[in-house]
Design a protein around this ligand. Structure first.
Ligand SMILES: [Ca+2]
Ligand SMILES: [Ca+2]
Length: 233
């Protein structure tokens, strides 16, 4: 092989090599894009997933439940396997039929205790799962009340929350206030319960209390929570 031919062959090899690398790079970039594109639909939005049995419509003003001081209302949920925390509870607040004499349009709603329960015997509410928290008052009627938990509840421990089963709800601090809506349309899921001071009784409807679960936690601003707590001390 002459020196000239060797150089020419080497040059050709080099060019071929550079081209091969270039195309491999382009291929890899394309494969990367494809990987992302195919993965995207399998990656659900995991923060702020709302669990609900109710269909969002109470239908009739008679579809409501309330209780006396110390009575409780709970709804059972099972979170998806990826969910680590209960971060928020949502309550549909009905018209309490009470009027503020100064301003008939102003809400007259009363504070209640925000509750999360671990499952107990009979898959009814057992021990409390969250730190003590009060709802605040004068929140709007005929509307969803969205209450972030001051301390999100970790439900990933299967010993405490088997199959990520938990209950959310409230304990009444005032007689017959607040009033919570429920739906009676099919299907009824039979996951709603009321503590009548003696036992948990089933509510034959889908109580409009929902749970928000997440795979991560955004801390609630400490200052806001301190203010709320101080108001109800
Ligand atoms: Ca009212
Ligand atoms: Ca229903």
């Amino acid at each position: 092989m002459s020196a000239w031919r060797w150089r020419r062959n080497t040059s050709a090899l080099l060019v071929a090599g550079i081209l091969a690398l270039l195309f491999a790079g382009i291929d890899n970039a394309a494969a990367g894009r494809n990987r992302e594109a195919t993965l995207e639909p399998c990656r659900p939005t995991r923060a702020d997933t709302i669990l609900a049995w109710d269909d969002g419509d109470y239908g009739s003003i008679y579809n409501q439940v309330s209780g006396q001081l110390g009575m409780k209302l709970a709804v059972r949920f099972q979170a998806p396997p990826w969910a680590e925390y209960v971060t928020e509870i949502r309550y549909f607040i009905m018209d309490d039929q009470v009027e503020d004499p100064e301003d008939p349009n102003a809400p007259t709603t009363q504070p209640f205790a925000v509750r999360v329960w671990k499952p107990g015997p009979g898959v009814l509410p057992g021990e409390y799962g969250n730190a003590f928290q009060i709802s605040g008052s004068l929140y709007p009627e005929e509307a969803w009340l969205e209450l972030p938990l001051a301390s999100p509840v970790n439900i990933s421990d299967g010993g405490e929350y088997p199959d990520r089963t938990f209950f959310v709800g409230l304990e009444w601090g005032h007689a017959w206030n607040p009033v919570i809506g429920f739906d009676t349309d099919d299907p009824i899921d039979y996951c709603s319960f009321r503590w009548n001071w003696v036992a948990w009784e089933i509510v034959l409807a889908d109580v409009m209390i929902r749970a928000v679960v997440s795979d991560s936690v955004t801390p609630v601003e400490a200052s806001t929570w301190t203010t709320i707590k101080a108001m109800f001390r």
